[in-house]
Design a protein around this ligand. Structure first.
Ligand code: IMP
Length: 176
């Protein structure tokens, strides 16, 4: 059996650029004058975060939170663990969680609960890719880039066994 490899491109560089520009404009419109904190979820969301904030033309602050993601296997363990915390208090602030993908929804619902407990003024979610078929817990998403079918994707921050985050597009993992 051969190792799985990136295959068919699901979302191209141009599609990513265009959609992220639209989301950035929406966030800028919704948060004008509010100086939101955009919280990127490590590691997967770091590329999305970097491109997104450059598309949000208002004053904003960034921070990061690290949670355990899947191990080398392309499936969920169902366990979420905080690996690194925010560097600043968020009480009374407008906060947007910036996540790469929502699959079962367990990671984002854990994060929402964790951050809500710190009493932000309002907490919203911004997700690049929604794999809605796989949802196990109901979760409200405020900004969504793309909805995809139940396939494992790599590239643009998404990894398989630590590899392929650096691809500039999102591809389906094939083979194996
Ligand atoms: P959830 O908790 O099941 O919603 O999973 C969220 C996390 O699983 C994401 O932050 C990713 O790290 C990982 N993940 C889910 N699907 C994929 C995929 O297709 N490719 C790479 N990582 C994925």
């Amino acid at each position: 059996m051969s190792e799985p490899r990136p295959g068919r491109i699901l979302i191209s560089e141009a599609e990513l650029r265009a959609r992220i520009a639209e989301i950035g404009q929406a966030i800028a419109r919704d948060y004008a004058g509010e100086s939101p904190i955009l919280v990127g979820v490590l590691q997967g969301a770091f590329l999305f975060m970097a491109d997104l904030i450059r598309a949000v033309a208002i004053d904003l602050t960034t921070d990061f939170i690290g949670v355990s993601s899947y191990s080398s296997a392309a499936k969920s363990s169902g366990q979420v663990r905080l690996l690194s915390d925010l560097s600043m208090p968020i009480e009374g602030r407008q906060v947007v969680i910036v996540e790469d993908i929502v699959d079962t929804g367990l990671t984002l619902s854990y994060l929402k609960r964790n951050l809500e407990a710190r009493h932000p003024k309002r907490l919203r979610t911004c997700v690049l890719v929604d794999k809605i078929e796989r949802r196990q817990v109901e979760i409200e998403l405020d900004y969504v880039g793309f909805t995809i079918p139940n396939v494992f994707v790599v590239g643009y921050g998404f990894d398989y066994g630590g590899l392929y985050r650096n691809l500039p597009y999102i591809a389906e993992l094939e083979g194996g």
